[in-house]
Design a binder for this molecule. Sequence first.
Ligand SMILES: Nc1nc2c(ncn2[C@@H]2O[C@H](COP(=O)(O)OP(=O)(O)OP(=O)(O)O)[C@@H](O)[C@H]2O)c(=O)[nH]1
Ligand SMILES: [Mg+2]
Length: 426
Amino acid sequence: MLKKIFLIGWDNIRGSIIEASYPEGEIIESQEITKYLATIQLLMKSPIIEIKDENRIIVIYGIQRTSKKVNYNFILAIIEDNDNILKNNLKVELNIKGKEILESSLDKRKKKFFDFTHSFSESKSRKIVFMGYPNSGKTTTKKFIFEKIKDEKLLMTSLSPTVAYETSFLDLIDLKLAIFDTSGQELDRWFESDEKILDFSDLIFYFFSIEDWISSPEKLKGDITRLINYFTKTKKKSQNIVIFCHKYDLISKFPEFDEKSLRQFVNSKEIPLFFTSVVNQGNQDIMLGTQLIVHKFSPFLQFFSNILDKIMQNVSFNPLYLIDNNYQFVFSFDYVKSIRIQELNLVKSYILNIVQDYEAKFHERGELFVITLQDKLKVLIILKISNFHGEMSYLVLKVNTYEDIKKFYENYSIYRNKFKGNYVEV
Ligand SMILES: Nc1nc2c(ncn2[C@@H]2O[C@H](COP(=O)(O)OP(=O)(O)OP(=O)(O)O)[C@@H](O)[C@H]2O)c(=O)[nH]1
Ligand SMILES: [Mg+2]
């Protein structure tokens, strides 16, 4: 949690002074300010400094005042220990906006500072609701996606039907998620006026299995319509409904499954429809479901996509995957187009072997790997991106021409250097 954040300026008589704070009216001892100013002066090379106190982390972004070189304007944020997500987001945001805030005239500086702090105080957790038919695979899918449990294990252990709902709180890249897994038996209950499950949800995954569509399509159409109407009628905040037609692996057993009419119906409601399954390590659509969450809500991904657009100017590369510090493939840029699920699993383990071997040998991350594959994927690039976000490790790209690699790396270096060495830990 963000505890406090201060905008510190300079007064020729009084020295460092608080120009603004969030929450407003907060103060910090002048001795403390002086201590931090001294730290910045000492570590002048880096605009961002991170200091670990007993039970809190201090992040400081400072730039020299042009008039008096020894003095700094700075932003000082105090956050709770262990909140790495907030800490990393704060660093990224300070890198982007810090300079502009600090270099503005006093009035503008204060306004920009308040806008900045406001966006942080709003970074709340997202509410994701799994709802739908009984026995359709909600709890299984939740565990598959968020607890990363392998499909064989999941399908072998029999999960008991969910009673009422279960809540779990999870982190995904820079997102905090509150997942509500509801009972299918009690589907009607969630529409009652005293139930709060659907209210203020950010995203609803609505589940049924292909068998449910076969046995009663008209009932299902009615139930989907009821969900949509619930939001239009009550005007309660939630626009994001996604349909999961689950257990798609069983399709070959049900030749009578009428996929076309299901697609037509859901299209007419203008809602995304995915045909999902957790069998054989999941299919493409189930991955797209997770992607959707990240894509919609992650500030880091939005920021990084902007940077990528700039780096990719004039080169014909396709970004494929984002890998985090735990070697999880947390985001795929164009899942369906570039690569098929069977290939993906092969390529994934291949990529991980390469980077992990390198790291074990040299005790650091490799900056750039260029890999030529024999199959139709041709060339892959693995690029270190930890400078951009402390939780991320690599970006995997597909290369169409060798000539572009140099150009790409030059573009990339410009942005990387903006971030490089920015973080000093004290
Ligand atoms: N074939 C197949 N079976 C699945 C799949 N996903 C889940 N199942 C099975 O479907 C059954 C029901 O799964 P659950 O995840 O408990 O279903 P649920 O929607 O949470 O059910 P309720 O909590 O009662 O609403 C279990 O036996 C799972 O093993 C899938 O992708 N394919
Ligand atoms: Mg369940």
